[in-house]
Design a protein. Structure first.
Lengths: 242, 337
């Protein structure tokens, strides 16, 4: 039996239907973007257009928005396996013909798609607000350089990393809350590099941004293979390794 | 033939009808040979061999911790055996064949495991997708009709009672038309009417070629539904038709109730050739006999000749529960020694 997108779609659709009626997920998806659009706005409007720290202010406000693709999928994906296990819904799924790769891709897409929609929407609102209401000097500082490119490219890559960390932690955890805390922490490391870039500690050229993006993409793909290898039906069902 | 006498027993079984079901032994739907599963240092299942014919309803009984669920999970490719082999739905059990086996079987765990924030229909749609089924609406309709839940399709599973959730889980298990259906306590939490409906449904499935592997603690359920049962307590203790098991474990006997005890029971009862032994009970006597059909009329004559007032005279009936308790008690005694 080969890889089936029908089975991936079944998991994805089920997850999205479940989110719709899950107050915790709705709350997370609503609260995180609200929080991380208010903070950059304050940063933006508090910035002195003539000050020499303008680029740092702009970098910091954009950095806030990159927290969205780390935090949101971390919380959701950390729930993906251990949450099902706690509810007793994991075993019925694992006894269908689904392959572990299909299960994991379905779960990952269910965290990835809403994250991307929310993160890009928030960034769009931010850009619009900057263009309409911010000092033109500040607005042009945002639109100039590699800022927009970094946001667009790194949002899905950071989300990918956070999702695989979240699922990996979830597959090995026995408690949802512990899994969520660990996975949020695990999602942070790539943000450190982006923070250094945003604060001009690392001076970013387009080539360097694309190079780092390619490296993060490779790490994401590697993480997917590692998580797939870690996914052990026996351990998930019995709590004991094979 | 496997060469293993226990395995071959199932293949050669001609079987007798139970609960009105005709059952002919076909090719093996499940064939298990020397299956062992060890978790850490603890043996959950040890050297278990048996065979289940296609279209058979097979009962798998045992106390808590006997290894029933481990066996089902192993046959369902959820866990790997430590040693031994098996063929499930005609496919050898190994890691490579997991998806192929799982596409031909269905397992209904004891806990329904439904998505409570999804409706009944959404739950079944999800599983139809996981099995890549065609005619999804038609299949869901048929599965819901089979469990009498058509009118609850749009209800959230979280709003259903435990019994209704159990029926949704059964509908989910039937959705893919499995060749082998593993059921773990399928009537747990159901009221008597719902239990009867589920029993009727299960009784009708073998006619459609479905093999049922029923794990249950309800021994009357196993006795009613199953052509054969196996009693497991880490090792396989006994396997066969319920009436065979009774004969294996209990000598045939006749219960006699009299208005008053006999003055000289040995003289009356011991004189009947078919009586091999007797013991007095609070209400009369229990006699071990070679053949109840011959012993009963001879006893009636002997008691009448002794002027005894006979209130009843009948062959003793041992239930599957008696068989089960006898075996488990033996195990408990053996372990305490």
């Amino acid at each position: 039996m080969s890889f089936s997108w029908t089975r991936v779609g079944a998991i994805l659709l089920k997850e999205l239907r479940d989110y719709r009626r899950n107050r915790f997920v709705i709350g997370t998806m609503a609260m995180v973007p609200v929080l991380f659009i208010i903070l950059p706005m304050i940063q933006l409007f508090a910035a002195n257009a003539t000050g020499k720290d303008l680029s740092v202010h702009v970098g910091l406000s954009l950095l806030y928005m990159l927290v969205i693709p780390v935090m949101m999928p971390s919380v959701v994906s950390a729930y993906s396996v251990v949450g099902e296990r706690e509810q007793g819904t994991l075993e019925p799924v694992l006894i269908t013909p689904i392959r572990r790769e299909e299960f994991l891709i379905g779960k990952a897409l269910a965290a990835f798609v809403p994250t991307l929609v929310v993160a890009y929407a928030v960034f769009g609102i931010f850009l619009g607000a900057a263009g309409l209401f911010a000092n033109p000097v500040i607005a042009s500082a945002i639109y100039a350089g590699t800022h927009v490119l970094v946001q667009l490219v790194f949002t899905p890559l950071l989300a990918g990393w956070a999702i695989w960390v979240g699922i990996a932690v979830s597959a090995r955890s026995t408690d949802v809350r512990a899994a969520q805390q660990l996975s949020v922490l695990g999602g942070v490391p790539p943000l450190v590099i982006l923070a250094l870039m945003s604060l001009n500690v690392i001076i970013v050229s387009t080539a360097l941004a694309l190079g780092l993006a390619a490296a993060l993409l490779a790490v994401d793909l590697l993480a997917w293979r590692v998580v797939a290898a870690m996914f052990d039906r026996e351990r998930l069902v019995t709590g004991r390794p094979r | 033939m496997s060469g293993d006498p226990t395995v071959d027993e199932g293949l050669e079984e001609t079987g007798t009808a139970r609960a009105g079901q005709a059952y002919r032994a076909g090719p093996a739907a499940i064939e298990v040979s020397h299956l062992t599963k060890v978790f850490g240092g603890r043996t959950a299942v040890s050297d278990v061999s048996f065979s289940v014919a296609s279209g058979e309803v097979f009962g798998f009984l045992g106390p808590n911790g006997a290894g029933k669920t481990t066996t089902v999970r192993t046959l369902g490719t959820l866990i790997a055996p430590s040693s031994g082999s098996a063929i499930v739905a005609g496919i050898p059990l190994n890691a490579k064949n997991g998806p192929a086996i799982r596409s031909r079987i269905s397992i209904m765990p004891e806990s329904p495991g439904l998505y409570l924030r999804l409706t009944v229909l959404e739950n079944l749609e999800c599983f139809a997708g996981l099995y890549e089924l065609d005619d999804v609406r038609g299949r869901i309709g048929r599965a819901l009709r089979a469990v009498n839940l058509e009118d609850r399709a749009r209800d959230l599973c979280g709003s259903l009672s435990k019994g209704l959730r159990q029926r949704v889980a059964l509908a989910r298990a039937l959705l893919s038309d499995p060749a082998v259906l593993f059921l773990d306590e399928p009537t747990s939490g159901l009221d008597p009417v719902a239990t009867r409906e589920v029993h009727d449904l299960l009784a009708s499935l073998p006619e459609r070629g479905v093999t049922i592997f029923l794990t249950t603690h309800r021994l009357e359920e196993a006795e009613r539904l199953c052509q054969r049962v196996a009693i497991l307590n880490t090792t396989l203790r006994l396997i066969g038709r319920p009436d065979e098991l009774r004969q294996q474990l209990f000598s045939r006997s006749v219960d006699v109730r009299l208005r008053a005890p006999l003055d000289d029971p040995q003289a009356v009862l011991g004189a009947v050739p078919e009586v091999e032994g007797w013991e007095q009970t609070p209400s009369g006597y229990t006699l071990t006999v070679s053949d109840p059909d011959l012993a009963a009329p001879a006893l009636a004559r002997a008691l009448a000749a002794a002027n005894a007032d006979i209130l009843s005279l009948a062959e003793s009936h041992h239930s599957l529960q008696d068989v089960y308790l006898e075996l488990i008690d033996e195990d408990v005694e053996a372990r305490s020694r």
